[in-house]
Design a binder for this molecule. Structure first.
Ligand SMILES: Nc1ncnc2c1ncn2[C@@H]1O[C@H](COP(=O)(O)OP(=O)(O)O)[C@@H](O)[C@H]1O
Ligand SMILES: Nc1ccn([C@@H]2O[C@H](COP(=O)(O)O)[C@@H](O)[C@H]2O)c(=O)n1
Length: 528
């Protein structure tokens, strides 16, 4: 869902005693999330069961055809015809041209390099990126420059598509690729039309001369089409004309929509109805510091009870609310830090005496805040771990089904790259765990990226005993939960929309479940 440059080595985050922090305003966050939502996604549904394991892959379409036959055009028309459907990614085989030597680039500039042979493409990399996306894992694909005839240093981060369309002249050539498609399409087009389109496109968009295009076409493109590309049409489920193909693309979109409907899950409903909820006993209040299957509740000292009382009180003014939320957030972050690994360290004191202590045993710590209620926990976390990178997720219920949808994702760079995600420790921040549907999705997103389950620490002000916490504990037994208090009930409340200055609605009003007796909607009380 987002792009990035090639990963630099991350700067270590360090615990500290205090540090001032800048927090985005609610308005900034919503605007940012909205921008990303409109640009990138209509939301990804939960494709996993209440036991936390994936139950569905993304739907993958492969489109092959000659150069300039209209493959990209067909892919875009399908996306258009799909309308408001979860995220679609178009993956072009062009991204997977191999790296070229300076000699090869010189040949390419003289139209004497064969880019149309299957060996010109890094098929194993193409298949591995596609396979990751299909299995709902992140991937970082290469970026190719047609003007430089070279793969660039930057990569593009992709994650979270419900539908992937892979297109290219050799898209149906490789058996490993073909095995990944749910639907195979071949775009059939007259050779003279393909040549005319290619001359126009390569001169206009790829910095080529007409003579150069013709030379390359006769020497490589046409023979390759006859020998390698056209024969793969036999693998296609559908042959689409390379012109006037609106009817064909509408039919394909209808087929894809039906296939996706068949993969729909009712996670929230299943969470509500699943299994016994006896993991947090009714009498946990007298001994709240005890751990209940990886749930740590802060010790209810008189100070903590004082803070909770102020936060629960509807008459508390906003200034006090923010002050005490920040205090509680800091206590929670300190408690959560106990789950990180430490190693022994000996230092020399100013009195020149050795002192044996310890230090953090990881440089890969980051946070992810579930917008917008996770925001109030950020300042506390930054006070405890200085310079910690904190990303965000926007997970909201779909109006029609009540199911959680992933609308926006901005993950710290550690998590975007699998080899770093595998050693990262991640604090997930949210104000409360009610039904547990958003928490479920947030944890699943991190697992999809390769963060180990026992490196996820979910930090939350309040948990509803009757809500989804027990399901979360069962599904993800190694995830640690750290909370301020456990409340008994859950109540559905109406959240007002947020209005922009010009009278437009920035966020629509909607229903949400909040913990009862609780503190009301913590995000609203903190930000508005
Ligand atoms: N059905 C169509 N109707 C009109 N123009 C088309 C059609 N399909 C493709 N084109 C045009 O032909 C050119 C090449 O199409 P493109 O989809 O980029 O080909 P490919 O991806 O197969 O190389 C583009 O300029 C595109 O606008
Ligand atoms: N440096 C390059 C790499 C590839 N090509 C040509 O691109 C064609 C495939 O792209 P389409 O979008 O047309 O499918 C292929 O026929 C190569 O000849 C190139 O010209 N320069």
């Amino acid at each position: 869902m987002a792009d990035d440059k090639v990963s630099p080595e991350p700067q270590p985050a360090r615990p500290t005693l205090s540090r001032s922090a800048t927090t985005l305003t609610a308005r900034d966050e919503l605007l940012q999330a909205k921008k990303n939502t409109l640009l990138k996604s209509h939301g990804r549904p939960p494709w996993y069961g209440e036991d936390g394991s994936p139950i569905s892959d993304a739907f993958v379409v492969g489109i092959a055809g000659g150069s300039a036959s209209g493959k990209t055009h067909v892919a875009r028309r399908i996306v258009q015809a799909l309308g408001s459907i979860p995220t679609v990614i178009i993956l072009s085989q062009d991204s997977f041209y191999k790296r070229h030597t300076p000699e090869e680039i010189e040949l390419a500039n003289a139209s004497r390099f064969d880019f149309d042979h299957p060996d010109a493409i890094d098929m194993p990399l193409f298949a591995s990126c596609l396979s990751d996306l299909r299995a709902c894992r992140q991937t970082n694909i290469p970026i190719y420059s047609f003007t430089e005839h070279q793969r660039l240093r930057e990569t593009k981060y992709l994650y979270g598509a419900a539908i992937i369309i892979a297109e290219g002249i050799m898209a149906l050539h490789d058996p490993a690729l073909r095995a990944l498609y749910d639907l195979k399409i071949f775009v059939q087009c007259d050779s003279d039309l393909m040549l005319a389109r290619r001359i126009r496109r390569d001169v206009k968009e790829r910095g080529r001369s007409v003579d150069g295009v013709l030379e390359q076409y006769l020497r490589y493109v046409k023979p390759s089409y006859d020998n390698f590309v056209q024969p793969t049409s036999r693998y296609a489920n559908i042959i689409v004309p390379g012109y006037d193909n609106a009817v064909a693309t509408d039919i394909i979109a209808t087929h894809i929509r039906r296939q996706l409907d068949g993969r729909a899950t009712q996670l929230r409903q299943r969470l509500a109805g699943a299994g016994p909820r006896d993991l947090i006993p009714q009498d946990c209040t007298p001994d709240p510091a005890k751990e209940y299957l990886n749930l740590t509740i802060l010790s209810h000292t008189p100070q903590l009870q004082g803070i909770l009382t102020i936060l629960r009180d509807r008459t508390t003014n906003r200034g006090d609310f923010i002050f005490f939320v920040d205090r509680l957030a800091t206590l929670l972050a300190e408690k959560a830090m106990e789950h990180l690994p430490f190693r022994p360290k000996t230092v020399m004191t100013p009195l020149e005496v050795e002192s044996h202590g310890n230090e953090l045993d990881t440089d890969y710590i980051c946070g992810v805040s579930i917008l917008r209620s996770g925001g109030p926990l950020e300042r506390g976390l930054r006070r405890v771990v200085s310079a910690i990178p904190i990303g965000s997720m926007l997970i909201q219920s779909e109006a029609a089904t009540g199911e959680p949808l992933l609308f926006h994702l901005q993950l710290p760079i550690y998590i975007r790259h699998r080899h770093l995600a595998e050693k990262s420790w991640v604090f997930v921040l949210d104000a409360q765990i009610g039904t547990g549907a958003a928490a479920f999705m947030a944890i699943r997103v991190l697992l999809d990226h390769g963060v180990p389950q026992d490196h996820i620490i979910f930090v939350v002000f309040l948990v509803a005993r009757c809500g989804g916490i027990s399901m979360l504990q069962r599904a993800f037994p190694q995830v640690k939960f750290v909370c301020g208090a456990v409340d008994d009930g859950l109540q559905e409340m109406w959240l007002e929309g947020v209005e922009e200055g010009d009278g437009q609605m920035e966020a629509e009003g909607r229903k949400a479940w909040v913990v009862e007796p609780g503190m009301g909607h913590i995000g609203d009380r903190y930000y508005l």
